[in-house]
Design a protein around this ligand. Structure first.
Ligand SMILES: C[S@@+](CC[C@H](N)C(=O)[O-])C[C@H]1O[C@@H](n2cnc3c(N)ncnc32)[C@H](O)[C@@H]1O
Length: 256
C-alpha cells in the first residue's frame, strides 16, 4: 500500500491533464467542489454524536475484516470515527448523484448509514438500495436514517453473495454503484460483473479502497481493463469507472 501510495503521489495530475470536456467538467464540479447542493449539517452532527456513542455491537463481519482489529464486538464510536474520515468521499459520491440526476443507486456495505443518508439526500426522487451483512450494524443504520428523515433508502440484510443478484435482477438499470463491502479480489469482481449486467452508457461505478490489499489492487486492474470500461479515474483511496462508448479508453491517475 505504501509503494502504491508513493507511485500515486508522483503520478497524480489535476484537471489540466483532462482534455475531454466531460472529464474536465466532472473534475471541476465534483472533485474540486467543496459544497453540497443539499442540507448535510445534520448528517455531520449525527456522525459526531455517534463518534461518542459507547454502545457495543456484536459484529458479523462477512467481508475482509479490519487490518487493525478482528474483535467480535465493536463500539459504535469506533465504527463512526472511520465513517467521519470518509465524508470527503461520501460528498464526492453525493455530488456525482446530484449532478447527473442518478435515480437508482446501490451501496454495497451500509455500515452506520451515513453515506446512505448523503446519497438519499442527493436524489430525493430516486432510490438507494443499501446492502449490509451485519444485522446489529444495520439496526443502528436504520435508526440513523429515520432520525435524519431519509426515507428513500431500502436496506437489504444478508450476505451480498445471496442478496445482490436478486435485487439487481429486479432493477431495470443501475445509475451508480458504490462498492464498499467485501474488500477482497474475488467478491469485488463477482459484484462488479453482476452490476455490469444493468450498467448503461452513463452509469458510474465507484470502488473504495482499491489499494487496500494486493487482492483489491488486482481486482482494480482487471476492472480497468474490462472491455465495457472506457474511463478509469484513480484517486488512490477510491477508483471510479465509466462506460461511455463515445470516449476512447483511457486511464487517469488524479489528485483529489
Ligand atoms: C467499510 S463499511 C461500509 C461503509 C459505508 N459504505 C459508509 O460509507 O459509511 C463495510 C460494510 O460492509 C459490510 N460487509 C462486508 N462484507 C459483506 C458481505 N459479504 N455482505 C454484506 N455486507 C458486507 C460490513 O459489515 C461493513 O458494515
Amino acid at each position: 500500500m505504501v509503494k502504491e501510495f508513493f507511485r500515486h503521489f508522483w503520478k497524480a495530475k489535476d484537471e489540466h491533464s483532462l482534455h475531454s470536456p466531460f472529464l474536465f467538467e466532472f473534475y471541476n464540479d465534483i472533485i474540486k467542489q467543496k459544497s453540497l447542493p443539499f442540507e448535510s449539517g445534520d448528517i455531520i452532527a449525527l456522525a459526531k454524536d455517534l463518534s461518542r456513542d459507547q454502545r457495543e455491537l456484536l459484529i458479523n463481519d462477512l467481508g475482509a475484516g479490519s487490518k487493525f482489529s478482528n474483535k467480535k464486538t465493536k463500539k459504535v464510536s469506533g465504527i463512526a470515527k472511520s465513517s467521519v474520515k470518509s465524508f470527503k468521499w461520501s460528498k464526492i459520491i453525493a455530488r456525482i448523484i446530484h449532478k447527473y440526476e442518478f435515480a437508482t443507486v446501490l451501496e454495497l456495505g451500509t455500515s452506520l448509514g451515513l453515506t446512505t443518508a448523503m446519497m438519499g439526500r442527493a436524489t430525493p426522487h430516486g432510490k438507494i438500495y443499501t446492502f449490509e451483512g451485519c444485522s446489529n450494524t444495520l439496526s443502528v443504520a436504520k435508526e440513523n436514517l429515520s432520525k435524519l428523515s431519509v426515507n428513500n433508502a431500502t436496506a437489504i440484510l444478508g450476505d451480498l453473495d445471496s442478496t445482490l443478484e436478486n435485487t439487481v435482477k429486479q432493477l431495470p438499470r443501475l445509475d451508480l454503484v458504490f462498492f464498499d463491502a467485501n474488500h477482497q479480489y474475488a467478491p469485488t469482481l463477482r459484484y462488479f460483473k453482476l452490476c455490469l449486467s444493468k450498467a448503461h452508457e452513463n452509469s458510474c461505478f465507484v470502488f473504495d479502497d482499491i489499494y487496500w490489499s494486493e487482492g483489491m489492487t488486482k481486482a482494480w486492474e482487471e476492472i480497468k481493463e474490462h472491455p465495457e470500461v472506457t474511463i478509469s479515474l484513480d484517486f488512490f483511496q477510491i477508483g471510479i469507472v465509466f462506460f461511455r462508448k463515445k470516449q476512447p479508453k483511457q486511464h487517469f491517475t488524479l489528485k483529489a
